[in-house]
Design a protein around this ligand. Structure first.
Ligand code: ATP
Ligand code: MG
Length: 231
């Protein structure tokens, strides 16, 4: 964690709706290099939607999203229930697919890239599953592979949508230490369990239609209106 003020992403007056009702209203924030962010908020508040709009999986209705980094340098762990695990791909190919982008979907991978994917499989305790189809592994095993996939490109920034889903206590406990050890990425973590990620974040964003930004996570605890999210 550094004190630099280098912006990775800047969002201004962002609005988004699926149908008639705006889900994201006048969203403003910056994400700074090395300043990890927790995104909290009620179910249906728009957290997953916000990340999908940032990554351009959903088209914003208005506002500005500026990236100061290469779009290939972004890692993403989707919320697991939105991930289609019936797709016929094995665990190794899933992990290494984190190296592809829209331009080079079917390129072959070189030795170093394969080694990197192998190493992540090992670090996440799923090497023995590398040839299994993703429909043949457990929820937690798939979640580990999806986290490895988000890390494999050594991204500048990683969006993790509820990373603790399905993980056993032991693995969950060491997850963020592992991520820190394996990458120097800035993290944006969506979670319902602040106490589990508190030590790994610098800022807290509450997303419930609009956004409330606490640049310093301590200010969240000083804000008496934030009480509903306290654990
Ligand atoms: P959770 O904590 O439950 O994951 P969330 O904050 O991630 O919630 P979103 O998944 O972003 O919430 O959903 C925000 C709102 O948008 C919800 O009211 C949801 O019903 C609605 N929504 C989500 N996906 C779609 C969709 N594909 N089409 C229409 N409405 C949607
Ligand atoms: Mg969500």
């Amino acid at each position: 964690m550094s004190n630099s003020e280098e912006k990775l992403i800047s969002v201004k007056n962002l609005n988004f709706k699926y149908h008639t009702e705006f889900i994201l209203k006048n969203i403003n924030f910056d994400i700074l290099k090395g300043r990890n962010v927790a995104i909290l908020g009620r179910n249906g508040g728009g957290k997953s939607t916000l990340v999908k709009v940032l990554l351009n999986f959903l088209k914003k209705n208005s506002g500005e999203i500026k990236f100061f980094i290469d779009k290939d340098k972004i890692g993403y762990l989707p919320q697991i229930r939105e991930f289609d695990s019936s797709f016929p791909i094995n665990i190794f190919d899933l992990v290494i697919s984190g190296l592809t982008n829209r331009k080079n979907l079917f390129r072959p991978f070189n030795k170093d890239e394969k080694k990197k994917a192998e190493n992540l499989l090992k670090e996440f305790g799923i090497s023995h599953l590398k040839n299994k189809l993703i429909s043949e592994v457990s929820g937690g095993q798939l979640q580990r592979a999806l986290i490895a996939r988000a890390l494999v490109s050594s991204p500048e920034i990683i969006f993790l949508d509820e990373p603790e889903s399905f993980l056993d206590k032991e693995f969950e406990f060491k997850l963020f230490e592992k991520i820190k050890q394996l990458s120097s990425s800035t993290l944006v973590i969506i979670s319902h369990e602040l106490e589990k990620i508190y030590n790994y974040v610098d800022s807290i964003f509450i997303v419930e239609g609009s956004i409330k930004v606490y640049k310093d996570k301590k200010d969240y605890y000083r804000d008496e209106n934030a009480i509903i999210h306290r654990h």
